[in-house]
Structure formats: C-alpha cells, structure tokens
Design a protein around this ligand. Structure first.
Ligand SMILES: NC(=O)c1ccc[n+]([C@@H]2O[C@H](COP(=O)([O-])OP(=O)(O)OC[C@H]3O[C@@H](n4cnc5c(N)ncnc54)[C@H](O)[C@@H]3O)[C@@H](O)[C@H]2O)c1
Length: 274
C-alpha cells in the first residue's frame, strides 16, 4: 500500500470503518501517516477491524452509532484525548434498504436518512469547532452514483445520497473561510457487503451483478481501495484547492450510456485478463 507520508501529523476520523470502503480508507490513511480513529457501531466488529488495520499504521477503535449525537460526543472526547483534535473526517457510514416508494417502510426510509444523511450533519457538526480552532481541515463525504442517478428500486437510498451531495456543497461554501475543505466521492458499484446485499435482494442476483459490471465501461466493479485512494487524495494537501467537488470514482459508469451486458474479457495493459 502507498506510504507517501502526506497525511503525517493529521488526525483522521473514519465512520463505518469496520468493513468495506471505511475499513480500506482507514488502512490507506494510516499508511499515509495519519493517526486514524476508526468509528463503528459495535464493539467487537470495530475492535477486530482495528486489529486488522494495525499493520498499516496508527489506528484506534471507537464505538458510536453515528445517528446518536451523544454517542458521537463521547467518542470525540475519547479520540481527542488519545489521538488529538481531528482535522480529517471521512463520513462513510451508510445503509441501503432496497425498494421503490411503494415497497419501502416508513421505518426503513427514516433509518436510511438517519444513517446516510443526518449522520453527516451530526458528526461534522461535532468536529467543526475543532476544525475552526485549527484553521484547517478536510471532510470527505461518501456519496454514490445514486446521488446523481436513479437506481431502480433504491428510492430512499438515492434520495439520501442526493442530499449528501448538496450538503457537501453547502458545507464547502460555509467552511471555506475557516480553511475547512469539504468534498464528496461518488463511487460506482464497489465490491463490499453492501453491494452484495443489493444484488441478493434482486430477483436474479447473478444477472443483476452481470448487468452492473456491464454498466461500467472499465469492465469491472470497484474495489474499496479504489475509493480509499480518492479519500486520501482529497484529505491531503495535494487537493488544497479542491472543495465542494463531487469526485467521481466509478469506472466510467456515469460518463454516458453504455451497454447493459458484460464486456468480453480482454487483455489489460499489464498483460493479464480482466
Ligand atoms: N458498495 C457500493 O457499491 C457503494 C457505492 C456507492 C456508495 N457507497 C457508500 O459507501 C459507504 C460504505 O459502504 P460499503 O459499501 O463499504 O458497505 P458496508 O456495509 O461494508 O459499510 C457500511 C458501514 O457503515 C456502518 N454503519 C451502518 N450504520 C451505522 C451507524 N448507525 N453508526 C455507525 N456505523 C454504521 C456499518 O456497520 C458498516 O461498517 C456507504 O455510505 C455507502 O452508501 C457504497
């Protein structure tokens, strides 16, 4: 993994860090020198994840449900005490509950909004006074192609992610004078438990997966590491003039219309077949 040292001296908070994109991002940021607070909802899961990430650098586990302001405040107090005042934040925690508006329950609608959108507000609000004191910070919100595209049978999720995109821009405009940059990443379909759950909820999961691969001009789904490297870049001073952006990391899926069946395997530039 890349060890550039470009995040040395920074204190990062990554939410939803027990798995998938959050775990990969915590590893990547630790490898690049940040001291990383890995925040997860449950004790055993986040503790195990931090043990798994320990080889990359300085990481510590913290338990907080990111929909609960008091739990966030408790975690932040412990993080500040043990690692210092955070100046990097990746709002990654998310859930999806598949369904059109006639299929999804009100409870699941509210849960998605709480985890995917309200948490960005709650966690960012909690860290903001520290950002202001330091006079510099970078926030990355994990949005989705669902922020800009209607994914079939995923109405609630897409609505939350469209909100994340606009909240990113609002926070960027409000934070700029204080040296706080705020961007979001728009991942395509990424190989994690979440996307496997989405495929499994379709009538023909294998066909849904094949179709999803075929939508990506680059001919594969993303890896958590693809998204993690974008987060590390946006957090670093390499992106010092980047704020309010929706940074697309999607294998080309939103670039334009593309076939709906998988492309034939072909030789990659490295000589392998992918
Ligand atoms: N996988 C994809 O194809 C894809 C595409 C675009 C965007 N995303 C987004 O990427 C982010 C990460 O998802 P992933 O694909 O890695 O899936 P994932 O399910 O592995 O990760 C989501 C994490 O969020 C945590 N979480 C959920 N509710 C929480 C809460 N209340 N408090 C704290 N943590 C909570 C989960 O425990 C889990 O660790 C999400 O915001 C998701 O919407 C994923």
């Amino acid at each position: 993994m890349t060890d550039t040292g470009r995040l040395a001296g920074r204190v990062a908070v990554v939410t939803g860090a027990a798995s998938g994109i959050g775990f990969a991002t915590a590893c990547r940021m630790a490898a690049e020198g940040a001291h990383v607070a890995m925040v997860g909802r449950r004790e055993p899961g986040i503790r195990d994840a931090a043990e798994g990430a320990a080889g990359y650098g300085t990481v510590r586990p913290y338990v907080a449900d990111v929909t609960n302001a008091a739990a966030i405040d408790r975690a932040l107090a412990a993080i500040t005490d043990e690692l210092g005042t955070p100046d990097l934040l990746v709002n990654n925690a998310g859930v999806t509950v598949v369904g059109s508006i006639t299929e999804i329950s009100e409870e699941d609608w509210d849960r998605q909004f709480a985890v995917n959108l309200k948490s960005v507000f709650l966690v960012s609000r909690a860290l903001w006074p520290g950002f202001s004191r330091l006079g510099r910070a970078s926030v990355v919100n994990i949005a989705s192609v669902g922020s800009v595209w209607a994914i079939p049978n995923d109405a609630g999720y897409c609505a939350t992610k469209a909100g994340v995109l606009m909240l990113t821009k609002c926070m960027a405009v409000d934070g700029a004078a204080e040296g706080i940059r705020v961007n979001c990443v728009i991942p395509g379909y990424v190989e994690t438990g979440m996307i496997r759950g989405y495929f499994d909820a379709q009538p023909d999961p294998a066909a849904a997966r094949r179709q999803a691969v075929g939508l990506h001009p680059l001919g594969r789904l993303g890896t958590p590491e693809d998204v993690a490297s974008a987060c590390a870049y946006l957090c670093s001073d390499d992106a010092s003039w980047v704020t309010g952006s929706a940074f697309t990391v999607d294998g080309g899926v939103t670039a334009g219309l593309h076939g709906d069946s998988p492309p034939e395997p072909h030789q990659s530039a490295m000589g392998g077949t992918r």
